[in-house]
Design a protein around this ligand. Sequence first.
Ligand SMILES: CC(C)(COP(=O)(O)OP(=O)(O)OC[C@H]1O[C@@H](n2cnc3c(N)ncnc32)[C@H](O)[C@@H]1OP(=O)(O)O)[C@@H](O)C(=O)NCCC(=O)NCCS
Length: 192
Amino acid sequence: MAFYHPIAFENCVSINMVEKQSDPENIFIRPATLKDRDFIIEFNIAMAKETEDIDLDRCIVTEGVDCLLKDPAKGHYYVACMRKWRRSESCSSSQEEEKDVVIGQLAITFEWSDWRNSQMWWIQSVYVRMDYRRRGVFRKLFQHVQSEARRQGVGMIRLYADTGNERAHQTYESLGMSSHYKVYETENLAVE
Ligand SMILES: CC(C)(COP(=O)(O)OP(=O)(O)OC[C@H]1O[C@@H](n2cnc3c(N)ncnc32)[C@H](O)[C@@H]1OP(=O)(O)O)[C@@H](O)C(=O)NCCC(=O)NCCS
């Protein structure tokens, strides 16, 4: 099924965004860059609201996302993109140009395991746009991260999820993950 988002232009020019949604081959994963920061900020805010009913402070999230994007020692993001084609038609010609739209994300942060003498990766900030769910987007993100982690000699991949987020639990378990740990944390130490 193809989706068309027509935008009318003056001078007899129109632009159509053509999305070949039925083809999972058009979803691909790449490392995020600074150009993706606005998507990542929005996705983080949406995720906190949806999963924990928390209203994140946009200024703090913006600085937090920027810090991670600019400092690879802290970690990095991967984004899932949908390949779309922008077709512009004028009276005399028709041109097609590729334009990718970010539809999902995750962040990787690090832990050193002295038990294994190896780096561990933590998956964080997992979010897939609502209108792209149950289409294998997270599966693709996860498989990409797994093969990158293997390639880089990472010992293990870990993540944590809110105890009430059953959809996330089902997703992670369906991809072969399990846990015999409970995660403990302090109160927010930054609050006086
Ligand atoms: C959890 C989330 C990332 C899953 O992303 P997704 O792209 O829809 O997942 P996928 O399509 O790759 O699903 C992979 C498998 O996970 C399982 N799964 C995914 N969503 C599920 C659901 N709603 N119910 C049951 N199982 C589900 C299925 O086994 C699925 O395989 P299948 O569709 O072939 O049956 C997405 O729902 C999301 O962004 N939720 C809001 C944010 C969030 O909860 N983040 C996690 C914080 S820890």
